[in-house]
Design a protein around this ligand. Structure first.
Ligand SMILES: NC(=O)c1ccc[n+]([C@@H]2O[C@H](COP(=O)([O-])OP(=O)(O)OC[C@H]3O[C@@H](n4cnc5c(N)ncnc54)[C@H](O)[C@@H]3O)[C@@H](O)[C@H]2O)c1
Ligand SMILES: [Zn+2]
Ligand SMILES: [Zn+2]
Length: 379
């Protein structure tokens, strides 16, 4: 069949993308679904900073195979299932996940599917977990970003990259559960296991950081400190539950947070993917506390910490990938919490974007200003 998709053909195009236009809307051929695969109509797809990192080449170690269809956080409707897929049928709604867990490697068996061993190999190759690509233009294969490729009207995915959901959640909100919510809420509940009354700081308030803020609120953290460079982000953070908001470029930023939390927070979350935001997160973590890193900086960024401080202050630095999530457990429970009003993800969803507006939308994302923008591919 044919699908209109946004295709990335070159990495590192100069900004603004509105002028250099690294993303081009093209009509592609789409084959499948083969055994273990599912054909989806993408209803909504969020724009994540990790897509931007593929466009600007911020993470060269994971060089992205080109051409490629980006997008890794979406709600789709099942149109057709391949052989052997017996637990999904046409009309089902699904949330996509960007780590297709195999279910039988050591991390999967240990309940840590975010660390599934074969998954990074498929992502690096730009193929599905079931092997190969399903998109092409003429004879040339077009790759799938992290097995999802959601910036398209239609896509084919491996069954084990999908989580079935009830159909009642608005698609532009449901899409966020695939990355931002799973990553941000998961970092708080799964990676850090924050307890009621513990002090939390979140540095970087994109879709991931705002989700962490919602997660901290859900966990009963107090006080919750939110840090960003953008005043509008701080305003929204105050509305959705931050007890204190601090501008990252305030010269007194660190002192203010340490004062307000009697020496620092139990858990600080670095959610911007920058060396400067890690510096804030580390310095506002209290003695004995934990600094959780969820942001993904360029591959050459090294941690700048004094080794002795880890020992003498009994600090922990902890990475959080994919919210240390078990998607089949966490996506349905986070959606249930949303339905009850306890995880108001609708408050962090931003503007709708069309396929031909993605270059402009990524310019906006690069500025750090917008709430989570959501592509509606068929609008
Ligand atoms: N760990 C994971 O599994 C995972 C999953 C998804 C995204 N990510 C990464 O998480 C990060 C955040 O993603 P996003 O989509 O929410 O990004 P985003 O671009 O939407 O938001 C980033 C926010 O950080 C703010 N910021 C930038 N520099 C800052 C600084 N020095 N101090 C304070 N705030 C600063 C920006 O103003 C913006 O509000 C990215 O690095 C992304 O690649 C990681
Ligand atoms: Zn993401
Ligand atoms: Zn596995």
């Amino acid at each position: 069949m044919k699908t209109r998709a946004s295709v990335l053909t070159a990495i590192g195009a100069p900004s603004p993308y509105a002028r250099s236009r690294p993303l081009i809307v093209e009509e592609l051929d789409l084959r499948g679904p083969g055994p273990g695969e599912v054909l989806l109509a993408i209803k909504a797809a969020g724009l994540c900073h990790s897509d931007l990192s593929a466009i600007d080449g911020a993470r060269p170690r994971e060089r992205t195979p080109l051409p490629i269809v980006l997008g890794h956080e979406a709600v789709g409707e099942v149109l057709e299932v391949g052989a052997g897929v017996n637990d999904l049928r046409a009309g089902d709604r699904v949330v996509t996940t960007f780590v297709p867990s195999c279910g039988h490697c050591v991390p999967c068996m240990e309940g840590r599917p975010a660390l599934c061993e074969p998954a990074p190999g498929y992502s690096a190759a730009g193929t599905l977990a079931t092997g190969g690509t399903r998109f092409s233009r003429g004879t040339e294969p077009v790759h799938h970003y992290v097995g999802v490729a959601a910036f398209s009207e239609y896509t084919v995915m491996a069954r084990n990259s999908l989580v079935r959901i009830d159909g009642d959640i608005p698609v532009e909100v449901g899409a966020l559960f695939g990355c931002a919510v799973l990553t941000g809420v998961g970092a708080v509940l799964n990676t850090a296991r924050v307890k009621a009354g513990e002090a939390v700081a979140i540095v970087g308030l994109g879709g991931v950081g705002m989700s962490a803020l919602l997660g901290a609120r859900l966990a009963g953290a107090f006080p919750i400190v939110a840090v960003d460079l953008h005043p509008e982000k701080l305003r929204v953070a105050g509305e959705i539950g931050a007890d204190l908001t601090v501008a990252a470029d305030d010269p007194d930023c660190i002192a203010r947070i340490r004062d307000a939390t009697h020496g620092g927070v139990h858990f600080a979350f670095e959610m911007a993917g920058a060396a400067k935001s890690f510096d804030i997160a580390y310095r506002v973590t209290r003695r004995g506390g934990t600094t959780v890193i969820g942001g993904l900086p360029p591959g050459n960024v090294q941690l700048p910490v004094a080794q002795a401080s880890i020992v003498a202050e009994e600090r922990t630095i902890k990475g959080s990938y994919f919210g240390s999530a078990v998607p089949l457990r966490d996506i349905p429970r986070f959606i249930a919490l949303h339905r009850e009003g306890r995880l108001p993800v609708d408050r962090i969803a931003g503007e709708a974007v069309r396929l031909d507006g993605l270059n402009e939308a990524f310019d906006l994302l690069a500025s750090g200003a917008p709430l989570r923008q959501v592509l509606l591919p068929t609008s």
